[in-house]
Design a binder for this molecule. Structure first.
Ligand SMILES: Nc1ncnc2c1ncn2[C@@H]1O[C@H](COP(=O)(O)OP(=O)(O)OP(=O)(O)O)[C@@H](O)[C@H]1O
Ligand SMILES: [Mg+2]
Length: 306
């Protein structure tokens, strides 16, 4: 190094400037990284918020349905009681129609004869209609049972599947064949309303994948200390490359407005986090397309709400 004091000072200053520049560069990089991290956290927060909103929405739809079903249940109940006692009294009424009345002309008697034929049919059809409203209401109540409350004991998952299918009946046109093979299952301590949300998403996914027609297979059986539910379709199936991705929040191949891409991620959290179970794609389903398998331990710990 030179002995020239100016040169030395210059070198010292250059060194200091370099150090300062490095320090600045280092700090800028750290700032940039922090900024990136904040952006990432912000995006995560936004996604989690959307998931929570979707959870809440599903839960409040369930509560609303259950509330309406409850309100309908009472009037339908007394309509049925009344019409049943009318049916019990029917023979007296029919007898009176047959006997007629001295004041009646031929036209009145013809009306009474028609009524004698028609009344039993009208009453029977009304009873059938009310019973079918009662079934729909029962299914709706079962469907949304406990969807936003703490867990309860003793749910029949086969009944949950049937109620879900009934609630979805307007989405399941005659072009779809539903093949049920529901085996004997023990009652499960679970959140039935939330499990029904999972069945709903898997059934709708299957129908949407198949398009206008096809076969949907739903199996249930006990396998050791687990219950197994399989939902299988005849759609195009799911390629191995995206088999894990489909469970990620917001992964969807559907048009905007047709799907949020949250169905499977919410289903996974309901099965794994809330019921200590598993949900996966399997290869040996009854349908030609995708088969989802749910496994839930029969012995459930005390469950919280998801
Ligand atoms: N049975 C299936 N057959 C073929 N692809 C499927 C099937 N089920 C799911 N998928 C694929 O996985 C994606 C994610 O499904 P997911 O249920 O999470 O969301 P989504 O159905 O698109 O929207 P939504 O939030 O309304 O449920 C679907 O968009 C589809 O590409
Ligand atoms: Mg879906």
């Amino acid at each position: 190094m030179s002995d020239n004091p100016y040169e030395k000072a210059y070198q010292r200053e250059k060194l200091a400037r370099n150090e300062a520049e490095h320090l600045l560069e280092d700090l800028s990089r750290k700032l940039y990284d922090k900024n990136e991290e904040i952006n990432r956290l912000y995006e995560d927060l936004k996604r989690n918020q959307s998931i929570m909103v979707q959870h809440e929405k599903l839960a409040s739809v369930g509560e609303l349905a259950s509330g309406i079903a409850h309100e309908i249940n009472n009037p339908v109940g007394f309509c049925l009681t009344n019409i049943n006692s009318l049916q019990d009294q029917l023979p007296i009424l029919l007898e009176a129609c047959a006997a007629g009345s001295p004041d009646w002309d031929a036209e009145k008697q013809a009306d009474a004869d028609y009524l004698r034929e028609d009344l039993p049919i009208l009453i029977r059809e009304t009873i059938d209609g009310l019973i079918s409203i009662q079934t729909i209401v029962r299914d709706l109540r079962y469907y949304s049972r406990n969807s936003n409350q703490d867990a309860f004991s003793g749910a029949d998952l086969n009944q949950g599947i049937k109620s879900t299918l009934n609630v979805l009946r307007n989405k399941i046109s005659a072009q779809y064949q539903i093949h049920l093979a529901l085996g004997d299952l023990p009652l499960i301590h679970c959140n039935q309303g939330k499990l029904n949300q999972v069945f709903t998403n898997l059934i709708l996914n299957g129908l949407q994948a198949m398009g206008a027609s096809g076969n949907l297979y739903i199996d249930s059986y006990q396998d050791g200390d687990q219950v197994v539910i399989r939902i299988s379709d005849d759609g195009p199936g799911i390629k191995d490359a995206i088999a894990l991705e489909i469970f990620q929040p917001f992964y969807t191949t559907k048009k905007v407005g047709d799907g949020t891409g949250l169905g499977l991620s919410i289903s996974r959290s309901i099965i794994t986090e809330l019921h200590a179970g598993q949900i996966s794609l399997v290869k040996d389903g009854r349908g030609q397309g995708a088969t989802f398998e749910i496994r839930i331990p029969i012995e459930q710990e005390d469950l919280g709400s998801a």
